[in-house]
Write a protein of this length. Structure first.
Length: 579
């Protein structure tokens, strides 16, 4: 019914360089609209999608029908599994708001440390890494950002902290799905027996742990500037060092899929133990709302309204927050119930990812794989793209598991069915702008990939020759910035990285790992993650403000990774590459 399309990487005069100018137009449009013009993310996403479609049809000669089908598949993927995870994760949070147990959780965390700088490390870095290990795909940002809000963080600050923290653990997210994908797409690309999940996981485990040491220091700097770093560097350094050590040991000597779980638990335990013998000399009150955030100081209330400065939040102690000293003590049973939703999530995902269970759920009828109707795209090698097949794992999907967690949460927190269902409906209303944004951005990503625009950019970078070792991390960064997924970036550029390595005399294991390690730093500026964070803190439409808050950190940390990878390709650090 629709004309077949074959990808060409140099449609403009046979020149990859000229073609790359057109291939980058939609991405430049997206970041210009978000970062400079401060346009709402959903509108910026739709406009950028329009640009990508025009380039695909007018420049790459992709049939209109194929271009629209490609966009429709991307939009569907944006909803399932990505939004399916996020919506249901935030529903679980909303259930704790309805029952009042989120305030119990907040007070419990304040007792561990009333210092908001340390809370940022515990919640966003340690707990967020555990959620990334189990679920990934935006779940850590969706959950930790509202937890930070409940602890008194300003909206913009909470969003920035959650996004920056969601970097170091990303490569091993969802039980190392990005690494598994990287091993799959690179193993057949070149003849190198080291291109396996285990070896690639070990190599990434010699890059991201170094990044992990820096991230907690960045978090306290975001929360309290230089003073925060000066006063809390011991706990930040302990968190980063133990997390990095856990990542290295687990990825190299224990199990690649369990890497983030080990690292997160070790880091959290180390922080709690340190706080038993050490406290910062000063714990300043950082709850006062900042003018750039507007007057909001709390997360959305159960009915969807937002609590403003000076208002009494009916879900808290009559509106009074304990600004100093130890917060009110709740009965142990209530504290346990407050933590129950997250314990339930961990238990469900742990069981679902057991090898026998995972294998059983991977086949029919629980998981169905089908060709997207009418979509017929061939790669440059003349073979059908694997991305034209849509995987609908309705039962093992992380979002479905989140629904199960939500049902069990409602039972444990004694929430009646009617309020639980109403909370679910409100969740969709709260996330309506994020839903449009994510679907538009994923539609954009699929059009870029299946029209050949992404391949053109990859080929353009590969033409740099020996300099490519520095650019390889940037390529991964671009892939994650566009798709919001390290898994997708590895699938897009993994084979290109190793082929380029062989052609330029570089190590394919190093460059494949660099794609994943560099990619994690694009996560914080991905429009889909920005939309998730903005909606969760009640700043829908102000994604550009969050983007400007984190883009500088993204670029600085990316430069750090580029230099590290470059040194690992020289005699200075080449001993770090597995042989």
């Amino acid at each position: 019914m629709f004309e077949q399309f074959t990808i060409v990487t140099d449609p403009v005069g046979g020149s990859v360089a000229l073609s790359a100018i057109f291939a980058s137009l939609s991405l430049l449009t997206l970041f210009l609209l978000l970062g400079v013009l401060r346009m709402r993310a959903w509108l910026a996403g739709l406009i950028s999608l329009g640009v990508a479609l025009v380039v695909a049809v007018a420049v790459y000669s992709m049939p209109i029908g194929q271009a629209l089908l490609s966009a429709s598949e991307g939009a569907a993927f944006g909803f399932f599994p990505i939004l399916w995870i996020v919506v249901n994760a935030i529903w679980v949070y909303n259930l704790t708001v309805v029952s009042g147990h989120f305030d119990v959780l907040r007070r419990s965390m304040e007792r561990v440390s009333p210092d908001m700088r340390i809370q940022a490390i515990i919640v966003a870095f340690c707990f967020g890494a555990l959620l990334e290990a189990l679920a990934g795909f935006g779940t850590p940002v969706a959950v930790t950002v509202v937890m930070l809000m409940a602890l008194g963080f300003r909206p913009l600050q909470a969003a920035a902290v959650a996004l920056i923290a969601n970097t170091a653990p990303v490569a091993y997210g969802a039980l190392a799905t990005p690494i598994v994908t990287l091993g799959t797409v690179t193993s057949g690309a070149v003849a190198d027996p080291r291109l396996t999940t285990e070896t690639l996981g070990a190599m990434v485990g010699r890059q991201t742990p170094i990044l992990a040491v820096v991230v907690p220091l960045v978090l306290v700097a975001v929360v309290d500037g230089r003073r925060g770093v000066r006063q809390t560097w011991p706990v930040a350094l302990v968190a980063g060092l133990t997390f990095g050590a856990g990542q290295f040991v687990a990825s190299n000597y224990v199990s690649v899929p369990l890497t983030d779980i080990v690292a997160a638990l070790v880091s959290a335990a180390a922080v709690v133990l340190l706080l038993r013998v050490w406290r910062p000399a000063e714990s300043p009150d950082l709850h006062t709302p900042a003018t750039e955030d507007g007057p909001t100081t709390g997360p959305p209330a159960a009915g969807g309204e937002r609590v403003t400065a000076g208002d009494a939040d009916p879900r808290t102690d009559g509106g009074a927050r304990v600004m100093s000293g130890v917060p009110r003590r709740d009965p142990p049973g209530e504290v346990l119930r407050a933590y129950a939703p997250y314990l339930i999530i961990i238990a469900i995902f742990s069981v679902a990812n057991l090898a026998p269970v995972k294998k059983a759920l991977a086949g029919e009828p629980w998981t169905v794989v089908f060709a997207w109707p009418g979509l017929d795209v061939l790669g440059t090698n003349g073979k059908p793209l694997s991305s034209v097949n849509f995987t609908f794992g309705w039962l093992p999907a992380a979002g479905t598991l989140m629904i199960l967690a939500g049902i069990l949460t409602a039972v444990v927190l004694r929430i009646r069915p009617d309020p639980a269902v109403r909370a679910y409906g409100r969740t969709y209303v709260e996330l309506r702008h994020a839903i449009v944004t994510v679907m538009a951005v994923l539609a954009l990503a699929y059009v870029l990939n299946q029209s050949g625009q992404t391949a053109t950019l990859g080929a353009f970078f590969a033409a740099a020759g020996g300099l490519f070792v520095f650019l390889s991390s940037i390529l991964g960064w671009i892939g994650v910035a566009v798709t919001g997924s390290d898994t997708s970036s590895n699938a897009l550029f993994g084979a290109l990285q190793v082929q380029t390595a062989v052609n330029t005399g570089l190590d394919p294991v190093l460059l494949a790992a660099a794609n994943s390690s560099g990619g994690v730093l694009g996560k914080m500026i991905s429009p889909q993650n920005l939309a998730i964070a903005a909606s969760a803190v009640g700043m829908a439409g102000r994604e550009g403000d969050i983007f400007r808050r984190v883009v500088g950190w993204s670029l600085v940390l990316l430069l750090f990774m580029c230099v590290l990878v470059t040194l690992q390709a020289t005699p200075v650090l080449d001993w770090m590459v597995p042989r």
